[in-house]
Design a protein around this ligand. Structure first.
Ligand code: GUN
Ligand code: FE
Length: 465
Protein backbone atom coordinates (compact mmCIF):
# COMPACT_ATOMS: atom_id res chain seq x y z
CA UNK A 1 0.00 0.00 0.00
CA UNK A 2 1.27 3.49 0.74
CA UNK A 3 5.02 3.60 0.68
CA UNK A 4 6.53 6.74 2.02
CA UNK A 5 10.10 5.75 2.66
CA UNK A 6 11.64 6.11 -0.72
CA UNK A 7 14.99 7.74 -0.19
CA UNK A 8 18.18 5.72 -0.23
CA UNK A 9 16.38 2.61 -1.35
CA UNK A 10 14.45 2.28 1.88
CA UNK A 11 11.19 0.93 0.71
CA UNK A 12 8.90 -0.57 3.21
CA UNK A 13 5.36 -0.18 4.34
CA UNK A 14 5.73 2.54 6.90
CA UNK A 15 2.37 4.21 7.01
CA UNK A 16 -0.96 2.49 6.61
CA UNK A 17 -4.09 4.42 5.97
CA UNK A 18 -7.01 3.60 8.26
CA UNK A 19 -9.59 6.25 7.47
CA UNK A 20 -9.47 9.99 6.88
CA UNK A 21 -7.12 11.48 9.42
CA UNK A 22 -6.21 8.12 10.96
CA UNK A 23 -3.25 5.98 10.15
CA UNK A 24 -0.88 3.36 11.55
CA UNK A 25 2.87 3.81 11.79
CA UNK A 26 5.58 1.63 13.32
CA UNK A 27 6.25 2.31 17.00
CA UNK A 28 9.08 4.69 17.85
CA UNK A 29 12.43 3.29 18.92
CA UNK A 30 14.32 5.32 21.52
CA UNK A 31 17.89 4.13 21.10
CA UNK A 32 19.28 6.07 24.07
CA UNK A 33 17.63 7.15 27.29
CA UNK A 34 18.42 7.28 31.01
CA UNK A 35 15.46 6.02 33.06
CA UNK A 36 17.11 7.44 36.18
CA UNK A 37 17.24 10.96 34.81
CA UNK A 38 13.51 11.53 34.29
CA UNK A 39 13.25 13.37 37.62
CA UNK A 40 15.81 15.80 36.16
CA UNK A 41 13.89 16.73 33.01
CA UNK A 42 14.42 20.36 32.11
CA UNK A 43 17.13 20.89 34.69
CA UNK A 44 20.72 22.01 34.19
CA UNK A 45 20.68 23.43 30.66
CA UNK A 46 23.14 26.11 31.78
CA UNK A 47 25.90 23.49 32.02
CA UNK A 48 27.94 21.59 29.48
CA UNK A 49 28.38 17.84 29.73
CA UNK A 50 31.02 17.23 32.42
CA UNK A 51 29.75 19.88 34.86
CA UNK A 52 26.17 18.83 34.22
CA UNK A 53 27.10 15.23 35.13
CA UNK A 54 28.84 16.42 38.27
CA UNK A 55 26.27 18.93 39.56
CA UNK A 56 22.95 17.66 38.20
CA UNK A 57 23.08 14.02 37.12
CA UNK A 58 25.23 12.09 39.57
CA UNK A 59 23.57 13.52 42.73
CA UNK A 60 20.16 12.45 41.37
CA UNK A 61 21.28 9.00 40.23
CA UNK A 62 22.69 8.34 43.71
CA UNK A 63 19.13 8.42 45.06
CA UNK A 64 18.31 5.22 43.18
CA UNK A 65 19.92 3.28 46.00
CA UNK A 66 16.45 3.67 47.52
CA UNK A 67 14.29 0.96 45.96
CA UNK A 68 10.96 2.59 46.76
CA UNK A 69 12.03 5.77 45.03
CA UNK A 70 13.28 3.74 42.08
CA UNK A 71 10.02 1.81 41.79
CA UNK A 72 7.88 4.98 41.75
CA UNK A 73 10.03 6.76 39.19
CA UNK A 74 10.39 3.79 36.84
CA UNK A 75 6.68 3.07 36.82
CA UNK A 76 6.02 6.64 35.65
CA UNK A 77 8.87 6.54 33.15
CA UNK A 78 7.68 3.40 31.37
CA UNK A 79 4.02 4.44 31.35
CA UNK A 80 4.88 7.83 29.90
CA UNK A 81 7.26 6.39 27.36
CA UNK A 82 4.64 3.90 26.11
CA UNK A 83 1.96 6.58 25.90
CA UNK A 84 4.32 8.73 23.84
CA UNK A 85 4.50 5.86 21.36
CA UNK A 86 7.90 4.40 22.20
CA UNK A 87 7.54 0.67 21.65
CA UNK A 88 11.26 -0.13 22.03
CA UNK A 89 13.63 1.67 24.37
CA UNK A 90 17.31 1.35 25.33
CA UNK A 91 17.54 2.19 29.02
CA UNK A 92 20.51 3.20 31.12
CA UNK A 93 19.79 2.62 34.79
CA UNK A 94 22.05 3.91 37.57
CA UNK A 95 25.14 2.04 38.81
CA UNK A 96 22.95 0.13 41.31
CA UNK A 97 22.12 -3.53 40.72
CA UNK A 98 18.92 -3.28 42.81
CA UNK A 99 17.45 -0.35 40.87
CA UNK A 100 18.41 -1.95 37.56
CA UNK A 101 16.57 -5.15 38.46
CA UNK A 102 13.50 -3.13 39.42
CA UNK A 103 13.64 -1.27 36.10
CA UNK A 104 13.74 -4.54 34.16
CA UNK A 105 10.84 -5.95 36.21
CA UNK A 106 8.64 -2.92 35.55
CA UNK A 107 9.42 -2.80 31.83
CA UNK A 108 8.49 -6.47 31.67
CA UNK A 109 5.24 -5.91 33.58
CA UNK A 110 4.14 -3.00 31.41
CA UNK A 111 5.02 -4.77 28.16
CA UNK A 112 7.54 -2.50 26.46
CA UNK A 113 10.30 -3.96 24.25
CA UNK A 114 13.50 -2.82 25.88
CA UNK A 115 17.16 -3.20 26.68
CA UNK A 116 18.08 -2.54 30.29
CA UNK A 117 21.63 -1.88 31.46
CA UNK A 118 23.36 -1.10 34.73
CA UNK A 119 26.03 1.57 34.35
CA UNK A 120 29.62 0.42 34.79
CA UNK A 121 31.41 3.23 36.64
CA UNK A 122 34.47 1.80 38.36
CA UNK A 123 37.03 4.50 37.55
CA UNK A 124 37.91 6.63 40.57
CA UNK A 125 37.47 10.26 39.70
CA UNK A 126 38.61 12.90 42.24
CA UNK A 127 35.99 15.27 40.76
CA UNK A 128 33.16 12.80 41.51
CA UNK A 129 34.20 10.78 44.54
CA UNK A 130 30.67 9.98 45.73
CA UNK A 131 29.13 8.21 42.76
CA UNK A 132 31.43 5.34 41.85
CA UNK A 133 31.44 1.57 42.18
CA UNK A 134 33.48 -0.03 44.96
CA UNK A 135 35.69 -2.05 42.60
CA UNK A 136 36.03 -3.41 39.08
CA UNK A 137 35.16 -6.85 40.42
CA UNK A 138 31.90 -5.59 41.89
CA UNK A 139 31.08 -3.75 38.67
CA UNK A 140 31.48 -6.93 36.62
CA UNK A 141 29.78 -9.23 39.15
CA UNK A 142 26.76 -6.96 39.35
CA UNK A 143 26.62 -6.80 35.56
CA UNK A 144 26.55 -10.60 35.36
CA UNK A 145 23.89 -10.77 38.07
CA UNK A 146 21.70 -8.32 36.17
CA UNK A 147 22.07 -10.36 32.97
CA UNK A 148 20.94 -13.52 34.81
CA UNK A 149 18.05 -11.68 36.41
CA UNK A 150 16.77 -10.31 33.10
CA UNK A 151 17.19 -13.66 31.36
CA UNK A 152 15.04 -15.28 34.06
CA UNK A 153 12.10 -12.88 33.66
CA UNK A 154 8.86 -14.56 32.70
CA UNK A 155 6.92 -12.69 30.00
CA UNK A 156 3.71 -11.39 31.54
CA UNK A 157 1.35 -12.52 28.83
CA UNK A 158 1.19 -15.10 26.13
CA UNK A 159 1.39 -12.28 23.60
CA UNK A 160 4.92 -11.62 24.69
CA UNK A 161 6.09 -14.93 23.29
CA UNK A 162 4.39 -14.49 19.93
CA UNK A 163 6.41 -14.06 16.79
CA UNK A 164 8.83 -16.06 14.73
CA UNK A 165 11.89 -14.93 16.65
CA UNK A 166 12.87 -16.19 20.06
CA UNK A 167 14.14 -12.84 21.22
CA UNK A 168 12.44 -11.87 24.49
CA UNK A 169 10.91 -8.43 24.93
CA UNK A 170 13.22 -7.35 27.73
CA UNK A 171 16.92 -7.96 27.29
CA UNK A 172 20.11 -7.06 29.12
CA UNK A 173 22.61 -4.65 27.60
CA UNK A 174 26.21 -4.02 28.72
CA UNK A 175 26.49 -0.36 29.71
CA UNK A 176 30.01 1.01 30.20
CA UNK A 177 28.79 4.56 30.80
CA UNK A 178 31.58 6.20 28.81
CA UNK A 179 35.36 5.98 28.55
CA UNK A 180 35.85 8.43 31.45
CA UNK A 181 33.82 6.38 33.92
CA UNK A 182 35.44 2.97 33.30
CA UNK A 183 38.86 1.49 33.95
CA UNK A 184 40.68 -0.31 31.14
CA UNK A 185 40.23 -3.56 33.04
CA UNK A 186 36.49 -3.06 33.21
CA UNK A 187 36.22 -2.31 29.48
CA UNK A 188 38.31 -5.41 28.65
CA UNK A 189 36.18 -7.59 30.88
CA UNK A 190 32.97 -6.33 29.30
CA UNK A 191 34.46 -7.07 25.86
CA UNK A 192 35.23 -10.61 27.07
CA UNK A 193 31.68 -11.06 28.35
CA UNK A 194 30.35 -10.04 24.91
CA UNK A 195 32.83 -12.43 23.22
CA UNK A 196 31.93 -15.32 25.48
CA UNK A 197 28.30 -14.68 24.84
CA UNK A 198 28.75 -14.66 21.07
CA UNK A 199 30.75 -17.91 21.24
CA UNK A 200 28.08 -19.59 23.34
CA UNK A 201 25.29 -18.73 20.91
CA UNK A 202 27.19 -19.66 17.75
CA UNK A 203 24.89 -21.35 15.27
CA UNK A 204 21.80 -20.77 17.36
CA UNK A 205 19.04 -18.21 16.82
CA UNK A 206 19.62 -16.58 20.18
CA UNK A 207 19.70 -12.93 21.07
CA UNK A 208 23.05 -11.21 21.00
CA UNK A 209 24.31 -9.25 23.95
CA UNK A 210 24.16 -5.57 23.05
CA UNK A 211 26.41 -2.82 24.41
CA UNK A 212 25.56 0.85 24.88
CA UNK A 213 27.81 3.77 25.68
CA UNK A 214 28.49 7.43 24.88
CA UNK A 215 31.01 8.74 22.38
CA UNK A 216 32.37 12.12 21.24
CA UNK A 217 29.57 14.15 22.80
CA UNK A 218 31.53 17.20 23.90
CA UNK A 219 34.95 18.66 22.99
CA UNK A 220 36.24 18.73 26.58
CA UNK A 221 35.10 15.15 27.11
CA UNK A 222 36.87 14.12 23.88
CA UNK A 223 40.12 15.77 25.01
CA UNK A 224 40.01 14.11 28.43
CA UNK A 225 39.37 10.70 26.90
CA UNK A 226 42.30 10.81 24.51
CA UNK A 227 44.55 12.09 27.31
CA UNK A 228 43.56 9.20 29.58
CA UNK A 229 44.00 6.61 26.82
CA UNK A 230 47.27 7.56 25.06
CA UNK A 231 47.44 4.18 23.28
CA UNK A 232 44.38 5.14 21.27
CA UNK A 233 46.52 7.83 19.62
CA UNK A 234 43.89 10.54 19.61
CA UNK A 235 40.83 8.52 18.56
CA UNK A 236 37.86 8.09 20.93
CA UNK A 237 36.39 5.22 18.89
CA UNK A 238 39.77 3.45 19.03
CA UNK A 239 39.53 3.44 22.84
CA UNK A 240 36.43 1.26 22.59
CA UNK A 241 37.84 -0.77 19.71
CA UNK A 242 41.07 -1.57 21.60
CA UNK A 243 39.09 -2.95 24.53
CA UNK A 244 36.71 -5.08 22.49
CA UNK A 245 33.56 -3.08 23.15
CA UNK A 246 33.18 -1.54 19.68
CA UNK A 247 31.11 -4.21 17.94
CA UNK A 248 28.22 -4.69 15.59
CA UNK A 249 25.98 -4.83 18.63
CA UNK A 250 27.22 -1.53 20.11
CA UNK A 251 24.98 1.54 20.28
CA UNK A 252 26.99 4.75 20.45
CA UNK A 253 25.18 7.73 21.97
CA UNK A 254 25.71 11.16 20.33
CA UNK A 255 28.80 10.87 18.08
CA UNK A 256 28.88 14.61 17.46
CA UNK A 257 32.62 15.24 17.24
CA UNK A 258 33.80 12.09 15.49
CA UNK A 259 37.01 12.35 13.46
CA UNK A 260 37.55 10.57 10.16
CA UNK A 261 39.50 7.94 12.06
CA UNK A 262 36.62 7.43 14.51
CA UNK A 263 34.24 6.99 11.59
CA UNK A 264 36.62 4.46 10.09
CA UNK A 265 36.56 2.31 13.25
CA UNK A 266 32.82 2.60 13.66
CA UNK A 267 32.24 1.63 10.05
CA UNK A 268 34.60 -1.32 10.36
CA UNK A 269 32.78 -2.62 13.42
CA UNK A 270 29.31 -1.87 12.04
CA UNK A 271 28.30 -0.28 15.35
CA UNK A 272 25.36 2.15 15.27
CA UNK A 273 24.92 5.80 16.19
CA UNK A 274 22.14 7.10 18.40
CA UNK A 275 21.49 10.68 17.32
CA UNK A 276 20.20 12.71 20.28
CA UNK A 277 19.59 16.23 18.91
CA UNK A 278 17.40 17.52 21.78
CA UNK A 279 20.15 16.74 24.25
CA UNK A 280 22.84 17.99 21.88
CA UNK A 281 21.11 21.39 21.76
CA UNK A 282 20.23 21.51 25.47
CA UNK A 283 23.78 20.84 26.68
CA UNK A 284 25.34 22.96 23.91
CA UNK A 285 27.17 19.86 22.74
CA UNK A 286 26.93 20.58 19.02
CA UNK A 287 25.18 19.27 15.92
CA UNK A 288 25.96 15.71 14.87
CA UNK A 289 26.52 15.42 11.11
CA UNK A 290 24.24 12.40 10.84
CA UNK A 291 23.48 13.08 7.17
CA UNK A 292 27.14 12.37 6.53
CA UNK A 293 26.97 9.22 8.66
CA UNK A 294 24.03 7.97 6.57
CA UNK A 295 25.99 8.65 3.39
CA UNK A 296 28.96 6.77 4.91
CA UNK A 297 26.66 3.79 5.45
CA UNK A 298 26.59 3.93 9.25
CA UNK A 299 23.50 2.73 11.08
CA UNK A 300 21.69 5.72 12.63
CA UNK A 301 18.68 5.93 14.94
CA UNK A 302 17.27 8.59 17.29
CA UNK A 303 17.41 8.89 21.08
CA UNK A 304 15.75 11.16 23.62
CA UNK A 305 18.80 11.00 25.95
CA UNK A 306 16.61 12.01 28.88
CA UNK A 307 17.70 14.04 30.93
CA UNK A 308 20.32 15.60 28.60
CA UNK A 309 17.24 15.77 26.40
CA UNK A 310 14.46 17.70 28.14
CA UNK A 311 11.64 15.75 26.46
CA UNK A 312 10.64 12.11 26.85
CA UNK A 313 8.72 12.09 23.56
CA UNK A 314 10.33 10.90 20.36
CA UNK A 315 8.19 13.46 18.51
CA UNK A 316 10.32 16.17 20.07
CA UNK A 317 13.49 14.35 18.99
CA UNK A 318 12.16 14.06 15.43
CA UNK A 319 11.49 17.81 15.41
CA UNK A 320 14.97 18.61 16.67
CA UNK A 321 16.56 16.17 14.22
CA UNK A 322 14.81 18.12 11.49
CA UNK A 323 16.02 21.47 12.85
CA UNK A 324 19.57 20.15 13.22
CA UNK A 325 19.59 18.98 9.59
CA UNK A 326 18.19 22.33 8.43
CA UNK A 327 20.89 24.24 10.29
CA UNK A 328 23.57 22.12 8.63
CA UNK A 329 21.97 22.79 5.24
CA UNK A 330 21.82 26.53 5.95
CA UNK A 331 25.50 26.56 6.93
CA UNK A 332 26.39 24.64 3.80
CA UNK A 333 24.50 27.15 1.67
CA UNK A 334 26.35 29.96 3.37
CA UNK A 335 29.71 28.30 2.66
CA UNK A 336 28.69 27.63 -0.92
CA UNK A 337 27.46 31.17 -1.46
CA UNK A 338 30.92 32.44 -0.60
CA UNK A 339 32.28 30.32 -3.44
CA UNK A 340 31.70 31.07 -7.14
CA UNK A 341 28.99 28.84 -8.51
CA UNK A 342 27.57 28.06 -5.11
CA UNK A 343 24.05 26.86 -5.71
CA UNK A 344 25.06 24.65 -8.56
CA UNK A 345 27.74 23.05 -6.50
CA UNK A 346 25.30 22.46 -3.63
CA UNK A 347 22.43 21.18 -5.75
CA UNK A 348 24.57 18.73 -7.66
CA UNK A 349 26.34 17.12 -4.78
CA UNK A 350 26.49 13.33 -5.03
CA UNK A 351 25.49 12.96 -1.41
CA UNK A 352 21.91 12.25 -0.50
CA UNK A 353 22.00 13.35 3.10
CA UNK A 354 25.22 15.23 3.94
CA UNK A 355 24.31 18.76 5.02
CA UNK A 356 20.83 18.42 3.63
CA UNK A 357 17.56 18.87 5.43
CA UNK A 358 15.83 15.59 6.14
CA UNK A 359 12.56 14.81 4.45
CA UNK A 360 9.61 13.61 6.50
CA UNK A 361 10.15 10.01 5.42
CA UNK A 362 13.79 10.13 6.48
CA UNK A 363 12.79 11.45 9.90
CA UNK A 364 10.25 8.66 10.27
CA UNK A 365 12.84 6.15 9.13
CA UNK A 366 15.37 7.37 11.73
CA UNK A 367 12.77 7.14 14.51
CA UNK A 368 11.69 3.60 13.57
CA UNK A 369 13.57 1.29 11.21
CA UNK A 370 16.86 3.17 11.62
CA UNK A 371 16.57 2.61 15.37
CA UNK A 372 15.80 -1.06 14.82
CA UNK A 373 18.95 -1.40 12.72
CA UNK A 374 21.00 0.32 15.41
CA UNK A 375 19.63 -2.17 17.96
CA UNK A 376 20.09 -5.14 15.59
CA UNK A 377 16.36 -5.70 15.83
CA UNK A 378 15.33 -4.97 12.26
CA UNK A 379 14.25 -8.58 11.69
CA UNK A 380 11.48 -8.21 14.20
CA UNK A 381 10.53 -4.57 14.53
CA UNK A 382 10.91 -1.07 13.04
CA UNK A 383 8.45 -1.33 10.17
CA UNK A 384 5.08 -2.77 9.30
CA UNK A 385 6.57 -5.36 6.97
CA UNK A 386 5.19 -8.86 7.04
CA UNK A 387 6.86 -11.29 9.40
CA UNK A 388 7.75 -8.69 12.01
CA UNK A 389 6.14 -8.22 15.38
CA UNK A 390 3.24 -5.78 15.41
CA UNK A 391 4.90 -2.87 17.24
CA UNK A 392 2.78 -0.01 16.03
CA UNK A 393 0.84 3.17 16.77
CA UNK A 394 -2.67 4.09 15.73
CA UNK A 395 -2.55 7.84 15.19
CA UNK A 396 -5.51 10.15 14.82
CA UNK A 397 -5.27 13.79 13.94
CA UNK A 398 -9.05 14.16 14.06
CA UNK A 399 -9.61 14.51 17.75
CA UNK A 400 -10.44 18.15 18.41
CA UNK A 401 -9.17 17.83 21.95
CA UNK A 402 -5.84 16.69 20.57
CA UNK A 403 -2.85 18.80 19.75
CA UNK A 404 -3.93 19.39 16.17
CA UNK A 405 -7.33 20.78 17.15
CA UNK A 406 -8.86 22.67 14.29
CA UNK A 407 -6.61 21.09 11.66
CA UNK A 408 -8.06 17.75 12.65
CA UNK A 409 -11.47 18.99 11.52
CA UNK A 410 -9.96 20.20 8.28
CA UNK A 411 -8.51 16.76 7.63
CA UNK A 412 -11.96 15.26 7.90
CA UNK A 413 -13.68 17.83 5.70
CA UNK A 414 -11.31 17.41 2.77
CA UNK A 415 -11.90 13.83 1.75
CA UNK A 416 -9.54 12.94 -1.08
CA UNK A 417 -11.25 11.28 -4.01
CA UNK A 418 -8.40 9.56 -5.83
CA UNK A 419 -5.71 7.16 -4.59
CA UNK A 420 -2.97 9.68 -5.44
CA UNK A 421 -4.74 12.42 -3.49
CA UNK A 422 -5.20 10.07 -0.62
CA UNK A 423 -1.48 9.28 -0.45
CA UNK A 424 -0.64 12.98 -0.64
CA UNK A 425 -3.07 13.66 2.17
CA UNK A 426 -1.62 10.85 4.21
CA UNK A 427 1.89 12.25 3.82
CA UNK A 428 0.65 15.70 4.79
CA UNK A 429 -1.13 14.33 7.86
CA UNK A 430 1.99 12.42 8.85
CA UNK A 431 4.09 15.57 8.68
CA UNK A 432 1.53 17.46 10.75
CA UNK A 433 1.49 14.73 13.34
CA UNK A 434 5.29 14.55 13.57
CA UNK A 435 5.64 18.33 13.95
CA UNK A 436 2.48 19.42 15.75
CA UNK A 437 1.14 16.26 17.36
CA UNK A 438 1.51 14.97 20.88
CA UNK A 439 0.44 12.00 22.97
CA UNK A 440 -3.25 12.97 22.61
CA UNK A 441 -3.00 11.99 18.96
CA UNK A 442 -1.58 8.56 19.78
CA UNK A 443 -4.70 6.47 20.31
CA UNK A 444 -3.28 2.98 20.57
CA UNK A 445 0.18 1.63 21.19
CA UNK A 446 0.88 -2.01 20.41
CA UNK A 447 3.96 -4.01 21.32
CA UNK A 448 4.13 -7.48 19.83
CA UNK A 449 0.42 -7.30 19.09
CA UNK A 450 -0.57 -6.37 22.63
CA UNK A 451 -2.29 -3.07 23.46
CA UNK A 452 -0.01 -1.42 26.03
CA UNK A 453 -0.64 2.32 25.81
CA UNK A 454 -2.19 5.32 24.12
CA UNK A 455 -5.28 7.41 24.71
CA UNK A 456 -7.74 4.57 24.12
CA UNK A 457 -5.79 2.37 26.54
CA UNK A 458 -5.82 5.10 29.21
CA UNK A 459 -9.52 5.79 28.71
CA UNK A 460 -10.46 2.15 29.13
CA UNK A 461 -11.95 1.50 32.60
CA UNK A 462 -9.82 -1.65 32.90
CA UNK A 463 -6.53 0.14 32.35
CA UNK A 464 -7.52 3.60 33.56
CA UNK A 465 -5.01 5.31 35.75
N1 GUN B 1 28.11 10.83 29.22
C1 GUN B 1 28.28 10.06 30.30
N2 GUN B 1 27.16 9.95 31.02
C2 GUN B 1 26.23 10.65 30.36
C3 GUN B 1 24.85 10.92 30.62
O1 GUN B 1 24.25 10.48 31.59
N3 GUN B 1 24.22 11.69 29.69
C4 GUN B 1 24.85 12.19 28.60
N4 GUN B 1 24.17 12.93 27.74
N5 GUN B 1 26.15 11.98 28.37
C5 GUN B 1 26.82 11.22 29.23
FE1 FE C 1 23.14 9.76 27.52
Amino acid sequence: MEEVIRSKGYSTNQVKFLEEGEFIIPGFIDTHTHAVQYPNLGKGGQFELLDWLKYVVFPKEKQFKDHNFARDVFHDVIRRSLDFGTTTSCYYSSLHLGASRILADIVNQLGQRAFVGKCNMDRKDPENPHYVEASTEESIDDTLRLISHIRSLVPISKHASLGTFPEPLVQPILTPRFALSCTEECLFKLGHIADAHDRARRGREEPRLRIQTHIAENPREYREVVEKYPNAKGSYAKVYEMHGVLRETTILGHGIHLTDEDIHWIKKSNAGISHCPTSNFYLTSGIAPVGRYLDEGLKVGLGTDVGGGYAASMLNVIQNASIASKMLEAEQRERDSRGNNSDECFEHTEKHFTNRKFRTETLLYLATLGGAEVCNLAKRTGSLSEGKSFDALVVSILDETGALGVWGKEAKSQCPSSEVQRIEKLEENLERFLFCGDDRNIRRVYVQGRLVGGKAFRDSPVNGY
